[in-house]
Ligand binder design. Structure first.
Ligand code: SF4
Length: 241
């Protein structure tokens, strides 16, 4: 095997590992996607079929999968094309309306206690067109509206849509509902987190099990990759293929 081939194989192994979705509760990929169904894998397994990652990362990975299949995917595609797993709002906004990011200092932390969450949301930016209480707004251009789409119930979302567009509710009230929804999501997480804080070994066990599961998938994938490229590891003494 030439050095360049080994480099390509390693690159694809890294791509596979970096794109694997570890969310066991992810939505399944649409059944009518023939590329995804090209390989008969356990739909609940750790695979590169599904991504809950940044949309541009998904696009890049899809392009790489397509290119690889174009070169080496005969008679059957080697890589499935990952499908995005997006929340109803494409990005999670921070309190300043930009993408939520620690480097922007606009985050609501998973560990924030309820009063902190409520305080942060109270200062969150809103639809800039809604200057006064009686100005109608638009939840589709409001970062608080995005939070509702992700965390609130359909019933609350309907109240937000109606109340915001008709100026029937104020932004403070609306933010209070968003905080209610967020606290409901965060509280059980924070309760569960306590168990791992008290016994960090439990968290390491989960990480090690996930790493072993991802390793198995990566090994199986790399076997397919090598086979499709006509490569072998047999020249490396003691290394199993
Ligand atoms: S009412 Fe809610 S969705 Fe509408 S502008 Fe205010 S905070 Fe945003």
């Amino acid at each position: 095997m030439k050095r360049i081939e080994l480099a390509i194989a390693l690159a694809f192994a890294l791509i596979e590992l970096s794109t694997a979705s570890f969310a066991q509760d992810s939505q399944p990929v649409p059944a009518d996607n023939s590329a995804v169904n090209a390989r008969d894998r356990d739909p609940n397994a750790v695979t590169a079929d599904r991504q809950s990652n940044n949309q541009s990362d998904v696009e890049l990975t899809r392009e790489i999968a397509r290119r690889f299949n174009q070169f080496y995917g005969k008679p059957a595609p080697v890589f499935p094309e990952p499908q995005p797993l997006l929340t109803p709002a494409a990005k999670l906004p921070g309190t300043d309306g930009r993408k939520m990011s620690k480097s922007y200092g606009n985050t609501v932390m998973l560990t924030d206690p309820e009063p902190v969450v409520r305080q942060k949301l109270r200062t969150m930016v809103t639809d800039p067109a809604r200057v006064r209480r009686n100005d109608p707004g638009n939840p589709d251009v409001c970062p608080v509206g995005d939070l509702h789409k992700i965390f609130s119930t359909e019933e609350t979302m309907a109240k937000v849509n109606e109340g915001c567009r008709s100026a029937g509710i104020g932004c403070i009230e609306c933010k209070g509902w968003a905080a209610d929804a967020l606290v409901q999501v965060l509280q059980p997480m924070q309760d569960r987190r306590k168990k791992y804080e008290d016994n960090p070994r439990l968290a390491w066990d989960i990480l090690e099990a996930g790493s072993a599961a991802a390793g198995k998938v990566a090994d199986a994938t790399m076997k397919d990759v090598r086979a499709s490229m006509g490569m072998s590891l047999e020249f490396e003494p003691g290394r199993k293929q």
